[in-house]
Design a binder for this molecule. Sequence first.
Ligand code: GNR
Ligand code: NI
Length: 166
Amino acid sequence: MALLKILKYPDPRLRIKAKRVTKIDSALRRVVADMYETMYDSQGVGLAATQVDVHWRLFTMDLSEAHDQPICIVNPEIVHLEGEQFESEGCLSVIDAWDKVKRAAKVILRGMDLESNPLEMEAEGLMAACFQHEIDHLDGILFVDHLSRLKRERIDKKIEKNNRQA
Ligand code: GNR
Ligand code: NI
């Protein structure tokens, strides 16, 4: 296994729209194992393939404290959205920025697991927000895209400043 490099905003590769997975082979399984390791190492609750410069539609997630509830969804699709929530989000690709994002409160997600078995999951709260956040990544969308222009400009300025100093 290996730690993967997480792309950082404003890297243009975060804007690539991921392609549907058509074949789950050993190379893809290795990427997923490395994504879990990278996600746990960086204390994230989710990681989309796009963030590690792999442009296939899949993400990993684990919302448990003990890191013992790994979830990997291949070709995820939201088939039902309900209600509204407005909670703080962060992103491993957007350093030091947390802000509230409007999301559906409840979603039903369909996709498949690594054995190509179809699956359907119903989620609320943080898990529902994460599902929407990860699917956004696969479409080249970042949570900062959902913020007001003012908030977005503040984040952009801060990141530009940090990059200049680095
Ligand atoms: O670690 C993460 N926390 C988080 C908190 C609220 C809503 C979404 C997330 S996902 C984020 C990890 C990440 O960047 N996934 O793409
Ligand atoms: Ni993210």
